[in-house]
Design a protein around this ligand. Structure first.
Ligand SMILES: [Fe+2]
Ligand SMILES: [Fe+2]
Length: 281
């Protein structure tokens, strides 16, 4: 069996998060056998948004694809990068069709991989949840169906990210994709992975021996924090309701995500392993 291994790291928070990706990739590649890396970069710019420079830094650190979330346009200049076909970065697919940016990434695998591992096209897309989210979006279910229906390659394997607050919505999308997108004659969804809460969940599993699902990958960034932000500043804002700039924290830096193990021949997930790599101070 040709087993392709793809790592996906959750929300990259500020400079500690970008450092965590750079630290984690050689370990994912050399110790876990990962062939490619996807990261969510929506918080890469000091905790909110992703600048063109942040995107390039994540690419240099090893990312083969970068996705965004509800903070997608916090750095407006990212729109130009999103529009450029050459850059493997995508915005949420369920924003308006008029919003700038690609909705889908075709993952380029390294040339040196054995042909068996490169024999299927691999796509990545991300959708926003609609429950308890600050940015209004269209149906994530219908957006996935629309994008996959339009894919020109019926033998593709697709990794779907759902950037959402609600566990229920994330699990529902996994079951929807399993029901709708596992036919032998259409693109197949091999994983539905959650992001956005910044907290890794303990529910990684493979549904029906086909589709890997995990409610949240967790974040790359400082874990001595409140979801990446400075503890004292967050308490000042939440407890005392005083003015506070929620700076990105610094300590206990970790890279969190998951490793997907894919059976390329049969277009299915074999396993999903949670990843948590500590970055030395
Ligand atoms: Fe985030
Ligand atoms: Fe988010």
């Amino acid at each position: 069996m040709s087993e392709l291994r793809i790592a996906f790291l959750g929300d990259v928070v500020g400079s500690p998060g970008r450092r965590a990706v750079a630290h984690a990739w050689p370990k994912l590649r050399d110790l876990h056998g990962a062939h490619a890396l996807i990261v969510n970069g929506e918080n890469a710019r000091n905790g909110s948004g992703c600048s063109a420079d942040n995107y390039r830094e994540l690419r240099r650190a090893g990312a083969d694809a970068v996705t965004l979330g509800d903070h997608v346009f916090k750095d407006r200049a990212i729109a130009d990068v999103l529009e450029d076909r050459l850059h493997p970065i995508a915005r949420p697919a369920n924003l308006s069709l008029h919003a700038p940016g690609k909705r889908l990434i075709r993952l380029e695998l390294p040339d040196k991989l054995p042909p068996g591992l490169r024999s299927r096209p691999i796509y990545v897309l991300t959708v926003l949840g609609r429950l308890y989210m600050p940015l209004l979006a269209n149906s994530p279910f219908e957006a996935v169906d629309r994008e996959l229906s339009a894919l020109p390659e019926p033998d593709a394997m697709v990794i779907v990210e759902i950037h959402a607050e609600a566990t229920s919505e994330k699990q529902a999308l996994a079951w929807h994709c399993l029901e709708r997108w596992s036919s032998p004659t259409a693109p197949t969804v091999v994983a539905v992975l959650g992001t956005h809460t910044h907290v890794q969940t303990a529910d990684a599993r493979v549904l029906e021996h086909r589709l890997a699902a995990m409610t949240d990958l967790g974040m790359c960034g400082p874990h001595r924090s409140v979801i990446g932000r400075d503890v004292a500043a967050t308490l000042n804002a939440m407890v005392r309701q005083g003015p506070a700039s929620l700076d990105v924290a610094t300590d206990e830096n970790q890279a969190c995500g998951a490793l997907l193990r894919l059976d390329v021949e049969h277009r299915r997930s074999v396993a999903i392993e949670p990843i948590r790599i500590t970055v030395p101070d």
